[in-house]
Design a protein around this ligand. Structure first.
Ligand code: ATP
Length: 220
């Protein structure tokens, strides 16, 4: 995978966890925070760290922010600082800017400014957890649009030993099993005669309603 250069503004819990993971994935990461302690904590983990105020244009210019492929604004509480840092990264020409929003309004402002991706970690994690709590076989899900979802579901005992043709989620609910993760490995685009066994995980794609109906039908 090509190494990408990231600049992260704000090294709180969110920014630092993104930074650590990006480094583990083999990328170059510059972390910027005005709090010296936060920077100190990550100085041996990230590729480069700088103690600086990211709302100052000169600061971002001097660290060469414009040469980075992706800028991540991980400031939450100080909305003004988040907005200023996002504008500056965009204006400096960072190819892709991702920013965390703490409220819908904050997110709308960031979108208006041309931020390429606005994320709502607390809100999204809450929604995700709620889905998992009410659907015991749901391991995880990704909303690919407002309408469509990809869900990872454990195979419940009522489906073990059955083939996909037998279970027939496409015919019954309109959603498709696009992969089965088996202890021995992943089957991508499984056939109708592939059999589900205990400990398998199905990867299912469909509209939110289709997935919900399928889940309800296999609820333990
Ligand atoms: P988290 O939940 O990720 O811990 P948070 O949502 O509570 O963070 P903040 O604490 O406001 O968000 O900010 C995260 C980090 O951003 C902090 O380490 C803070 O020092 C840093 N930060 C805030 N404003 C600036 C700024 N203008 N320049 C550089 N760093 C900043």
């Amino acid at each position: 995978m090509k190494m990408t250069q990231f600049v992260i503004v704000g090294l709180g819990r969110f920014g630092s966890s993104i930074g650590r993971e990006l480094v583990l994935l083999g990328n170059e990461v510059l972390g910027v925070d005005r709090d010296e302690e936060k920077v100190q904590e990550l100085s041996s983990v990230l590729t480069h760290t700088v103690v600086a105020d990211a709302t100052e244009e000169e600061v971002l210019r001097s660290v060469g922010a414009r040469n980075f492929d992706c800028g991540i604004v991980a400031i939450g509480d100080d909305i003004q600082a988040s907005i200023l840092a996002a504008i500056l990264l965009k204006e400096l020409g960072v190819k892709k800017v991702v920013a965390k929003a703490v409220s819908e309004l904050h997110g709308r402002v960031l979108e208006r400014l041309g931020v390429d991706r606005v994320i709502y970690p607390e809100r999204d994690m809450g929604v995700r957890l709620a889905h998992q709590l009410v659907s015991p076989n749901l391991l995880d899900y990704i909303e690919i649009s407002k309408k469509y979802t990809i869900a990872e579901m454990e195979v419940p005992s009522c489906l073990t030993g059955k083939s996909l043709a037998n279970v027939n989620p496409r015919g019954r609910y309109g959603c498709s099993v696009v992969a089965i993760n088996k202890p021995k490995g992943m089957i991508i685009a499984p056939n109708a005669d592939d059999v589900l066994t205990e400990k398998d995980v199905m990867v299912v794609i469909g509209t939110n309603e289709q997935i919900e109906q399928f889940q309800n039908s296999i609820r333990r």
